[in-house]
Design a protein around this ligand. Structure first.
Ligand code: FAD
Length: 464
């Protein structure tokens, strides 16, 4: 039996980052991981493989739609789907291997297998029981099930996001259930590879929680890229054969019933915390009604010595949120002051164009009765965006009417996922729109659009 200062259960972005920080702070650290490779959902079946496929399919889209216009003539590349999947798997391998290297470098023990907590201070992996002064649960999440819909990733007809990353072949017709981030990213991949993609969504709008103007513009742009949207529709069931599926849904506005045919149905209706088999209930660990482990402001559960982070607890299910919690809880355990500012966690959709947001939406601030100013700038006025065929979209900056302090930003346009961080830093420093407007931004860059939106909060944008 080995004894550690900290044992972390789960090697996703929450767990592995936490382990590295614990080791850096001098704590003897082990991580339990049941998968064959480190990196969790994010590196194996989430953020990284989806971005590899988005990149490859975006290249094809550029070749098919924009090359000729730029004087690049000739036949567009044909798609070798098996090779594309191999490229995606290579990207996964490089990244998961990188975490293994970092574990060795930081002398972190990887306890291979599925772990449970038989008692406070003990972690069981296989037949072995290890001791730890503190245990951190970073067991992540899994896709939610939809009543009447049976997912079978091996058959590849009705799949969740994991199955959608490794389909045996590119479908001709794909139905995506759920117009959230995962459904739209993976739908984009297959739309670009030639599938006819129909998204069925229960709400009357896409990407719930996003700024309303961004939602509408995003839907319009995706529509032009070939997406069909059926909104306000409740899926009642999916009937699958060996090669095809039928999606039955009811329109909320008139209760009429409809059916869609598909070669592949992607169920992307959300994710739920995964805590099965850990033995937390027996220890008396408290959960929220949504199955999230309850923690206090220092990620401690109600049971002394047991902490939890990432997708398994309350908050946005995002890799960077899990990472920040991992670093912060490590600092708490090392006697420092770990902190996460939950008001400044960016959210990004990696479609083309990208969509990114941080802080509150205009609708939310108005509901709160807050006096605000909104500065908007269209990428049509940004020279660089036009040069790369991405003039659609805008930056929308929301600031306090009296103090000019930045309260939120919503971007749809090229590089939005990187641009948003200027605003994150501004918000962390309590900056005003004027601070951003007075900062010199290099020309020609997409970031000039952020500055123009800041100028629009004051005396006006220049290129509007
Ligand atoms: P996870 O990454 O889920 O890792 C938990 C790990 O714990 C798993 O490896 C699991 O095997 C292990 N585990 C669980 N129980 C046990 C046990 N008892 N014993 C041993 N091991 C155990 N987020 C972003 O921020 N950006 C994106 O672009 C993005 N894209 C995504 C795309 C897809 C298709 C999906 C599905 C998700 C995406 N996410 C994205 C979400 C992101 O993957 C998660 O928020 C993130 O992985 C959560 O990290 P975590 O450490 O909490 O858990």
């Amino acid at each position: 039996m080995a004894s550690y200062d900290v044992i972390i259960i789960g090697a996703g972005p929450g767990g592995y980052v936490c382990a590295i920080r614990c080791a850096q702070l001098g704590l003897k650290t082990a991580v339990v991981e049941g998968r064959e490779t480190l990196g969790g959902t994010c590196l194996n079946v989430g953020c990284i493989p989806s971005k590899a496929l988005l990149h490859a399919s975006h290249m094809l889209h550029e070749a098919e739609h924009n090359f000729a216009d730029m004087g690049l003539k000739g036949k567009s590349p044909s798609v070798d789907w098996d090779q594309m999947k191999k490229y995606k798997d290579d990207v996964i391998g490089q990244n998961t291997g990188g975490i293994e290297f970092l574990f060795k470098k930081n002398k972190i023990a990887w306890l291979k297998g599925w772990g449970s907590i038989p008692a406070v201070g003990k972690v069981k992996v296989g037949e072995e029981v290890h001791e730890a002064k503190n245990i951190i649960v970073a067991s992540g999440s899994v896709p939610t099930a939809l009543p009447g819909v049976e997912v079978d990733n091996d058959k590849g007809i009705v799949v969740d996001s994991t199955g959608a990353l490794s389909l045996p072949k590119i479908p001709k017709k794909m139905v995506v259930i759920g117009a959230g981030v995962i459904g739209l990213e993976l739908g984009s991949v297959y739309a670009r590879l030639g599938a006819e993609v129909t998204v069925v969504e229960y709400m009357d709008f896409i990407t719930p929680g996003m700024d309303g103007e961004v939602q509408r513009q995003f839907q319009k742009i995706l529509g032009k890229q070939g997406f069909n949207f059926i909104l306000g529709a409740a899926v009642s069931g999916v009937e699958a054969t060996k090669t095809k599926a039928k999606v039955n849904y009811k329109l909320k506005k008139d209760d009429s019933e409809h059916t869609l045919d598909a070669d592949v149905v992607l169920v992307a209706t959300g994710r739920k915390p995964f805590t099965d088999g850990l033995g937390l209930e027996a220890l008396g660990v408290e959960f929220t009604p949504r199955g999230q482990i309850k923690t206090d402001a220092h990620w401690a559960t109600n049971v002394p010595g047991i902490y939890a982070i990432g997708d398994a607890i309350v908050g946005p299910m995002l890799a960077h949120k899990a990472e920040d919690e991992g670093m912060a809880v490590a600092e708490v355990l090392a006697g420092k002051h770990g902190h996460v500012n939950y008001d400044v966690i960016p959210g990004v959709i990696y479609t083309t164009p990208e969509v990114a947001s941080v802080g509150k939406t205009e609708q939310r601030l108005k509901e709160e009765g807050r006096a605000i100013k909104v500065g908007k700038f269209s990428f049509m006025g940004n020279a660089r965006a036009k040069a790369v065929h991405q003039g659609e979209g805008f930056v929308k900056l929301i600031v306090d009417k009296d103090t000019d302090r930045v309260l939120g930003c919503h971007i749809i346009g090229p590089g939005a996922g990187d641009l948003i961080h200027e605003i994150c830093v501004a918000m962390e420093f309590g900056a005003s729109a004027q601070d951003i407007a007075l900062t010199c931004h290099a020309h020609p860059t997409f970031s000039e659009a952020v500055r123009e939106a800041a100028l629009a909060c004051g005396d006006g944008a220049i290129h509007a």
